[in-house]
Design a protein around this ligand. Structure first.
Ligand code: NAD
Length: 462
């Protein structure tokens, strides 16, 4: 029943969000036949028209280039029975308790189960789910398969490590591919699926060349629960690396050291490395906050405390307050002051607003009576929908946001903000105060005061 090595596989991807869409398009570009399934009919209709519901660099071009091997549907029955491999990529958003909401995974698994074909089908958990969920999904499949005695499905955990903003690049040139399962057949089929990635035999798409120093990814095969743990532990470690840099940054401000010089010096040690050591407004996005909370929660289910992770979360919260205190240091009472915020999403090149530091910052500014003007190159349509509870004015350009402002907070390090003619832009401000929460400004704009993170306040006031 195993397809031969060179055969293209039939793949169903359940959930066409940031991960599902990237996975579907990437697999189709490798030559597989892919159908994406979503319960959100709007998304399906957009995709059928060739439009993308999200912003992700390069995705539109690759979608077009792979169109003949891609199909979109809301109907499980037209997609699952034929599939050799079924990816579950639905969301697992956090509940107030910190536990991830597994409702969507359960519903997806039930719908998959009702449409299994009785032959060997591999169901892959790509959603980030607590350790033990793979076994639970197996149980759901068993309970809901119409004729489960014939069902020969197996479950594999294949966590996703892509980063929004560079999702396609990360999918095509991964550091490793993790497959967790007790089924050798399941692992073997996914090894076939990923063969072009593992051996890098595909032709790189235009605009996304293979990095010069790229080495073939390692295939890491583990038990189901180890694979699930690898995903959480990886995200938790990255989050804590950033929090560590931020904790040292705070001390740098006390002792008049410079965090940029310090992290450069630390990162040259190959045991540490330069990446994820940037001091700033802290981490955000759909994964780090949710996954650290879930891991801490898993610990508490077993009566096991995780003090390092708790501290990483606490430091991250402190970073968000720091932005406002830096503003207050110069403007004091914020009532009636006009503050420009550049960048809404948690990082550049994405329109994903989940757990973005800008949200808390704008909410706090509102509480303190400030008037807020915002700009973001791509996230404004999402913000109008998802942040309707926040009150702010929208500016069509970064320059326009700065006009008449008492201060500007640079929240997201878009290239467009780095490249701004700052000398010119600050001239239109009422007061030339810049809170650069990502330490990106290299030169001080004229007659301005710049606050960065982990560095002394810089004045360019003759
Ligand atoms: P998302 O919210 O962007 O997309 C989830 C999609 O699933 C939505 O389109 C939704 O309509 C759909 N869906 C929900 N229930 C469904 C059902 N029963 N059947 C079909 N479709 C259904 O989520 P995302 O950011 O793509 O994340 C998906 C998973 O991947 C999460 O577990 C997340 O933690 C993990 N992950 C995300 C990233 C990232 O950068 N976004 C990276 C690695 C891992």
């Amino acid at each position: 029943e195993q397809p031969t090595k060179t055969e293209s596989l039939k793949v169903a991807v359940v959930g066409t969000g940031y991960v599902g869409m990237g996975t579907a398009v990437m697999l189709a570009s490798l030559g597989h036949q892919v159908v994406g399934i979503d319960i959100d009919q709007n998304k399906i209709e957009m995709l059928r028209r060739g439009e993308l519901p999200i912003y992700e660099p390069g995705l539109e071009d690759l979608l077009r280039a792979s169109q003949e091997r891609l199909r979109w549907t809301g109907d499980y029955a037209s997609a699952i029975p034929d599939a050799d491999v079924i990816f579950i990529c639905v969301g697992t958003p956090p509940l107030p308790s910190g536990q991830p909401n597994l409702r969507y995974v359960a519903e997806a698994a039930q719908s998959v189960a009702r449409n299994l074909n009785g032959k060997l089908q591999v169901v892959v958990n790509k959603s980030t789910v607590p350790v033990g969920t793979g076994d639970w999904v197996s149980r759901i499949l068993e309970d809901h398969a119409l004729d489960y005695s014939a069902g020969r499905y197996v479950v594999v955990s294949n966590p996703e490590f892509l980063r929004e903003g560079t999702a396609l690049h990360d999918s095509l040139y991964p550091d490793r591919i993790v497959l967790g399962s007790s089924s050798p057949e399941g692992i073997e089929r996914l090894r076939q699926l990923y063969q072009p990635l593992l051996e890098q035999t595909f032709t790189p798409p235009e605009g996304m060349p293979r990095p010069a120093n790229y080495t073939l990814p390692e295939l890491v095969t583990t038990s189901l629960s180890s694979a699930e743990m690898i995903k959480y532990a990886a995200n938790a470690f990255l989050a804590l690396k950033i929090s560590f840099a931020n904790e040292i940054a705070g001390l740098c401000e006390c002792v008049d050291a410079d965090i940029e010089q310090v992290t450069h010096g630390i990162g040259c040690d190959q045991r540490i490395g330069h990446r994820f050591l940037s001091a700033g407004a802290g981490w955000g996005g759909s994964c780090f906050g949710k996954d650290t909370a879930a891991l801490i929660n898993t610990g508490s289910e077993y009566g096991y405390t995780m003090p390092i992770l708790r501290a990483a979360v606490e430091v991250n919260q402190r970073q968000r307050h720091l932005v406002i205190s830096k503003l207050q240091r110069h403007l004091h009472r914020l009532q009636g002051k006009r503050v420009a915020v550049l960048g809404m999403a948690f990082k550049p090149n994405t329109d994903d607003l989940r757990d973005a530091p800008a949200h808390d910052c704008i909410a706090r500014l509102m509480d303190l009576g400030a008037k807020v003007t915002v700009h973001d190159p791509v996230a404004m349509p999402h913000a109008r929908r998802e942040w309707a509870h926040l009150t702010y004015d929208e500016a069509p350009t970064a320059e326009a946001a700065l006009r008449g402002a008492d201060a500007v907070i640079l929240m997201t390090e878009w290239d467009e903000y780095r490249a701004l003619d700052w000398d010119q832009a600050v001239r239109t401000m009422r007061r030339r105060l810049i809170i650069d929460t990502r330490n990106v400004l290299q030169q001080l704009p004229q007659h301005s005061t710049v606050e960065q993170v982990g560095r002394t306040t810089l004045h360019n006031v003759p």
